[in-house]
Design a protein around this ligand. Structure first.
Ligand code: NOJ
Length: 467
């Protein structure tokens, strides 16, 4: 199992050109078939943009692996990031310039509760103010409660390995929903349980840097359980229907899914790919459907657990989609699995396969759950900004195709509004619709070429980008 994901991660370091060539997408028509009220937005997360955070990640950034390599590849620290905590109003103008009608951002738990018995009301007010300003600008806020980072005091008590964290998280979610509920209806409890579990507990390349099959399963399950607890707490605390759609809270989580494509038609490749797919793509979706967390990797993981409150805890499914991996059975490897991007495939700056059809396929597949879907993230590491316009257009085209075939997809959030701190890869990869100058204290934002593409789609949807 561990090897399986090591290989998977290794191939993330591997190059671009979509199968749907950009010219095939008619920009003047793109988005016109989407439902009225479709949310077209951008996403960020607190630790990646706010600046001056102090949490389990800042500790991780300060330290190194046993062999001396820094935890962050380029040796950087999140530091001032894009300074978005102080520059929210500036970012709001960027969203207006895009013509976005939605913004997904996350709450930094460690900022609100730097200590267990401390709640910083001024921080809650500031987040509330953001939501007010967004709503006034016609931009629907989607709030993520947990996006990878923990307060130091929570991490010190075992973080997601400890049962106690569930209690703390539930209380935090309840208090937050009570404070922001008047302005926020769209809640995303937890971001990417599978990625956090794999990176932090299997590969050991994110905090807390463990490498254990058992802990990976435990933490994945606990993050799903955290979703169920937070969903209950949010629904109880958020009674105000901010957008007047008859529902005060729409709760879901952001699930990272990718295509695992068997490299050949052999039964062996197919079964290894299916195993990987089941663990990585299906665990969360199955949990939503059955109320049980069921994990099984023969000889390595086995968990089947009913979680109270899990069934019915999803009002929607959030989908974070970026890429595809090819999977080849490799009998010399304990996991039998080798994952890679074949020669000649179009790649992004991090080596990830660019495969817009994957978004269509996953939307079709997850539609079977009968839940509305939001694409909570989709984007490209592209430092020059030349690939992003096509990437954006082709993924929106794939989404629109799924929607026109009946998939209830209600929104698309591009990752990301701004270049930001890309976790273990530091500041090297750039995902932003707006480029950020990380050398200057002003953190000056400038448009990349994809802004025009985004604005065109916004206009096609009847939105009015600011000049
Ligand atoms: C998904 C994560 O939620 C986000 O934090 C990250 O920056 C993007 N993927 C790009 O890797």
């Amino acid at each position: 199992m561990r090897r399986l994901f090591l290989l998977w991660a290794a191939c993330l370091g591997c190059e671009l050109r979509p199968q749907l060539a950009g010219r095939e997408v008619d920009l003047s028509e793109l988005g016109k078939r989407l439902r009225p009220g479709f949310l077209l937005g951008a996403a960020t997360s607190s630790h990646q943009v706010e600046g001056n955070n102090s949490n389990d990640w800042t500790d991780w950034e300060e330290t190194s692996f046993e062999d001396g390599r820094p935890h962050i590849e380029d040796g950087s620290r999140s530091g001032l990031a894009t300074d978005s905590y102080s520059r929210f109003e500036e970012d709001l103008q960027l969203l207006r310039r895009l013509g976005a009608n939605a913004y997904r951002f996350s709450i930094e738990w460690s900022r609100l509760q730097p200590e267990e018995n401390l709640w910083r009301e001024e921080v809650a007010n500031r987040y509330l103010q953001w939501a007010i300003e967004l709503r006034q600008a016609g931009i629907e806020p989607m709030v993520t409660v947990h996006h990878f980072t923990l307060p130091k005091w929570v991490a010190a008590r075992g973080g997601w390995e400890s049962d106690g964290t569930l209690e703390h998280f539930e209380r935090f979610a309840s208090r937050l929903a009570g404070r922001l509920g008047s302005e926020v209806d769209l809640w995303c409890t937890v971001n990417e349980p599978n990625v956090q579990a794999v990176q932090g507990y299997l590969l050991g390349i994110w905090p807390p840097g463990k490498q254990s099959n058992r802990d990976t399963a435990l933490v994945m399950a606990r993050l799903i359980e955290a979703h169920a607890r937070a969903a209950k707490a949010i629904r109880a605390a958020d009674r105000q229907d901010a957008d007047h759609d008859g529902k005060p809270a729409m709760v879901g989580l952001a699930h990272h899914a990718r295509i695992f494509q068997p490299a050949t038609g052999s039964a062996l490749d197919a079964s290894v790919a299916a195993l990987t797919d089941d663990f990585f793509n299906e665990t969360v979706v199955r949990a939503a459907r059955t109320g049980r967390i069921q994990l099984s990797v023969p000889g390595q993981l086995d968990l089947d657990k009913e979680v109270p409150g899990l069934l019915g805890s999803f009002d929607y499914l959030g989908l974070n989609y970026y890429t595809r991996d090819h999977v080849r059975a490799d009998l010399s490897d304990p996991s039998f699995s080798h994952q890679y991007v074949p020669e000649g495939r179009p790649r992004n700056g991090l080596g990830w396969d660019i495969y817009p059809e994957g978004l269509y396929l996953l939307l079709r597949r997850f539609a079977r759950e009968g839940l509305p879907i939001y694409v909570t993230e989709n984007g490209i590491a592209d430092n020059g900004g030349e690939q992003r316009p096509t990437y954006l257009a082709e993924h929106l085209f794939a989404l629109e195709r799924a929607a026109s075939e009946g998939v209830d997809v209600r929104g698309y959030f591009h990752w990301s509004l701004l270049d930001n701190f890309e976790w273990a890869e530091g500041y090297e990869p750039r995902f932003g619709l707006f480029r950020v100058d990380f050398d200057g204290p002003e953190r000056t934002r400038t448009e990349t070429q994809a802004v025009d593409t985004f604005r065109q789609v916004a206009r096609n949807l009847g939105l009015s980008p600011a000049p």
